[in-house]
Design a protein around this ligand. Structure first.
Ligand code: BDP
Length: 654
């Protein structure tokens, strides 16, 4: 890295995150239940236009020096209207905002329902679905919470701040810094260039070792919700089967009092109570249970029960009731030496890797986009995806549960490439992120495996201890699911593979080397799969493979970047996968579902073009190849899929 002069170091200190919560210790306090409405809980979405200012000052500290959180932002200078949820990068015409590094400030006035401010029995919580990367939140100028990490929710109880006679509204201010450092997840580094003959004063850029644009902002819904002051804080559900009896184990935590009663009921999809039980924990038994099955594995995929939890207690203000309903899918997951089993049956992942990425909104959550993507997944016959390379929105996970789309749930551990990112600070943060991820997603039946990282430098000496620790920690948090990380390290040098349950391998034969030589794919892929399997005797997923294709570029015989080359490369992979899936390969996930934006470079033409759909979700030729393949594979294992396809794809209807 370029040596840093004093002036630049000041900028670095700011750009590389301001006030920090490093190493704030493990074992998270409290739950992170998705905010659902119920007779005892209300929600108020704070989506729409927020006031916004990027701090372009040289040291990026002007916002803190002038305390922008103390007064309305507009009183302290010009503001922009920026939509939430959205990345801020692509919604304006300003190139300097697209590539901005440092603190940006969001602000919004919120009108509060009178009861929220006057009823002492109401607890008001501010919840942020995701703010990338480091966020500090104030309400009416009072600091309420900070959070590190761009892909997981956090919240603050703001009851005390909004309560009181004349409060009709409150001002929410959120400062967000997108700077990535060697100990963030994903890691990055600020690189300073100080040669005045080449760069302007104070020039620095954000370096990263991952292949997607570092979009930033308030990416997911921000909302207020209420609970009573004695409330259901967390629910953990695990499920099993005994013959045809479904077992639903529940554990409930309550905050606000030691004295309360709990009653839990399980309702089927028709709303009939099928089991019930009292207390903080217990097991519900469901005779002749409907299992949660993946899409194309059963005629009713994604069957969900509803777990209704009712808390009653006596507060000083009077009797309290809190109600929360959690969707529950009854299913089991297991791994053998050669198989991945769901409900005891071999499951083959025929799916995709995705990104949260689209024109204009960047990584901002968007319902129309989500519905379109799920429609395309079902059209394709995809039964699964990996949340490459960070946790996706909670709403995405909910749709996976409902539609039976199986998920490999990946942490933001992507681009861990330097030895400095394997130190203790990184490790502690990685453990914390896994806690937050498991806490958020543990109850989703669709999630069948945790992925702690993508393509880390797993041959570096500290990687062995590092991944042993992260994987053991994840298993301790959730003993019910297998754990993996995705590797592209040579099988003989990979120091963490011994700790994973399933080997996930990425490879790009005849793309990043042997350019244009599709004939090398079968031999190279076969050698690699054989080497991995004979070394580890664990099931293998081809977790990435693919080729860039610019939609509309045609060359026959195929040439790189044409649609024909992408198709042909896929076909070469499929020759081998068709053999090995009868042995120990348990899945194949194409890279990538859709084209997506990356940092600019000579190897990226307006982003990564390995999508089988364009960024606007239109199919390239490869999509049709995969569709034919995925349905064929599904047909081999399920008579249902065959009949659905014959009957005009009635199963596709969303
Ligand atoms: C893989 C990475 C993925 C990249 C892909 C590519 O896991 O994030 O986008 O390569 O180069 O190694 O297209």
């Amino acid at each position: 890295m370029v040596p840093m002069p004093a002036m630049a170091r000041t900028a670095a200190a700011v750009a590389v995150l301001g006030p920090l919560l490093w190493g704030c210790g493990l074992a998270l306090q409290g739950g992170m239940l998705y905010p659902r409405e119920s007779p005892s809980r209300e929600r108020k979405e704070l989506g729409g236009l927020w006031s916004f200012r990027a701090d372009f000052s040289a040291n990026r500290r002007q916002g803190f020096e002038q305390q922008w959180y103390q007064r309305p932002l507009r009183e302290l200078g010009p503001t922009l209207d920026i939509p939430v949820p959205s990345s801020f990068n692509d919604v304006t015409q300003a190139g300097e905002l697209r590539d901005f590094i440092g603190w940006v400030w969001y602000e919004r006035e919120v009108v509060l329902p009178q009861r929220w401010t006057q009823d002492p029995g109401t607890r008001v919580v501010l919840r942020i679905g995701s703010a990338h990367y480091y966020a500090i939140v104030w309400v009416n100028g009072v600091h309420v919470v900070e959070h590190e990490g761009g892909h997981l929710p956090f919240e603050a109880d703001i009851s005390k701040l909004v309560r009181g006679g004349s409060q009709e509204s409150c001002r929410v201010t959120i400062a967000i810094n997108n700077t990535l450092s060697l100990t963030t997840l994903p890691p990055g580094a600020i690189q300073y260039s100080t040669d005045p003959s080449k760069y302007p004063k104070g020039y620095f850029v954000q370096k990263t070792a991952f292949d997607f644009f570092n979009y930033a902002g308030l990416h997911r819904p921000v909302l207020l919700y209420t609970t009573p002051t004695i409330y259901l804080d967390d629910i953990t559900v695990t499920t099993g089967m005994d013959q045809d009896t479904g077992l639903v184990n529940y554990q409930i935590s309550v905050q606000g009092s030691q004295h309360y009663q709990l009653q839990t009921r399980l309702l089927d999809a028709q709303g009939r109570v099928v089991a019930q039980g009292p207390g903080d924990q217990g097991q519900l038994q469901v005779p002749s249970a409907h299992l949660w099955w993946p899409y194309l594995m059963h005629d009713h995929p994604g069957y969900l029960y509803s777990l209704e939890v009712r808390l009653t207690a006596q507060a000083p203000t009077g009797p309290v009731t809190d109600l929360y309903t959690l969707p529950v899918g009854i299913r089991t997951v297991a791994v053998t030496e050669r198989q991945f089993l769901i409900n005891g049956k071999p499951f083959y992942f025929h799916g995709v890797n995705k990104h949260e990425d689209a024109d204009i909104r960047g990584k901002g959550f968007d319902w129309p986009l989500l519905v379109k993507d799920f429609g395309l997944l079902r059209w394709l016959g995809a039964n699964s995806f990996r949340t490459s390379h960070y946790p996706y929105s909670e709403e995405t996970m909910q749709l996976c549960d409902r539609y039976g789309i199986v998920v490999i749930d990946e942490s933001p551990g992507v681009g861990i490439s330097l030895v400095e990112s394997f130190g203790n600070a990184s490790l502690q943060h990685h453990l914390q992120v896994m806690e937050e991820l498991v806490r958020r997603d543990k109850n989703h039946p669709a999630v069948v495996m945790w992925s702690v990282a993508n393509e880390p430098a797993s041959a570096l000496p500290p990687a062995g201890y590092y991944f042993k620790t992260v994987i053991a920690h994840t298993k301790a948090l959730d003993p019910t699911r297998p754990v993996t990380y995705v590797t592209n390290t040579n099988y003989a040098k990979d120091l963490g593979a011994q700790y994973v349950d399933v080997i996930c391998i990425n490879s790009y034969y005849s793309w990043y080397h042997d350019f244009g030589h599709l004939e090398v794919v079968p031999i190279q892929l076969t050698s690699q799969l054989e080497a991995w399997y004979s070394t580890y005797q664990k099931p293998i997923i081809q977790s990435e493979y693919g080729a860039d294709a610019i939609a509309g570029f045609h060359q026959d015989p195929p040439i790189m970047f044409s649609e024909e080359y992408q198709r042909s490369l896929l076909e070469q992979y499929h020759l081998v996968l068709d053999q090995k899936r009868r042995e120990y390969v348990v899945g194949e996930l194409i890279w990538n579902f859709a084209d997506f934006m990356t940092a600019q470079s000579t190897v990226r033409v307006l982003g990564n073009r390995k999508g089988i759909f364009t960024r606007q979700r239109q199919p390239k030729s490869a999509a049709f190849i995969l569709r034919e393949r995925y349905w064929r594979i599904a047909n081999e294992t399920s008579s249902l899929a065959r009949s659905a396809q014959c009957a005009g794809n009635s199963l596709f209807t969303l």
